[in-house]
Design a binder for this molecule. Structure first.
Ligand code: SIN
Ligand code: MN
Length: 208
């Protein structure tokens, strides 16, 4: 990662979350896509079902000790890919971003990889399947721009929307750790980073 050689970067406050615009250079982004291709080769993408039995529009996989999973039994972390193999290790460049932005936090033990194709979105939700909410969530955007919405810790709270672009990194910590958030839509074709188009979001979390 080259960006941090230039010294500390300033974040923008979005309802308590901190947005680091263009944290990853185009070269960093291309390198990240390469390492993610290896993750996806080991742990193929799948579309989980929600607890209400609907297939999610986002395809996903994970790296790390735990992977996030969902089916009719609910949301949870599991220690193996649905195929039965352990999740691949979290790639070094991903750990570097975590260390650069949240050096005081414990290392992440899950890197969720979300792939948004045409029409994919993510409903408003809280990240609350983890044991320790004092640990932040770090979210990396690659590829097409996405309209991200963030509110308060109440589902009905006032929300604010911001377009997340390729190379942006968002930190949900402190009071924003449990803020409701989601992706309303993706601007298809707005980035040429991914060969087949679309958007990747990496969500890093401490699970235990
Ligand atoms: C998520 O909250 O799980 C994903 C957010 C995003 O795609 O930016
Ligand atoms: Mn989330």
């Amino acid at each position: 990662m080259t960006r941090n050689d230039n010294g500390p970067v300033a974040g923008i406050n979005v309802r308590g979350a901190t947005l680091y615009r263009g944290f990853l250079t185009p070269a960093d982004q291309a390198g990240m896509v390469e390492v993610l291709r290896r993750v996806v080769a080991e742990a193929p993408l799948f579309s989980p079902e929600t607890r209400w039995g609907r297939k999610m529009s986002v395809r996903m996989t994970s790296a790390g000790r735990y992977g996030w999973f969902s089916d009719r039994r609910g949301y949870r972390y599991i220690e193996r890919h649905p195929s039965g193999t352990p999740w691949p290790a979290i790639p070094d460049p991903v750990h570097e971003i975590w260390r650069a932005l949240v050096p005081e936090a414990r290392p992440p033990d899950c890197c969720l990889v979300n792939l948004y194709g045409e029409g994919a979105k993510m409903g408003l939700h809280q990240d609350r399947d983890e044991a320790d909410f004092s640990q932040p969530v770090v979210s990396i955007s690659l590829g097409d721009e996405a309209l991200f919405r963030i509110g308060t810790t109440e589902r009905s709270g006032k929300t604010e929307s911001v377009w997340l672009k390729s190379g942006d990194v968002l930190v949900l910590g402190g009071a924003a750790r449990l803020a409701f958030h989601g992706i309303d839509r993706v601007r298809t074709g707005s980035s040429s980073l991914l060969r087949d188009g679309g958007r990747i979001n990496l969500t890093l979390r401490v699970v235990d």
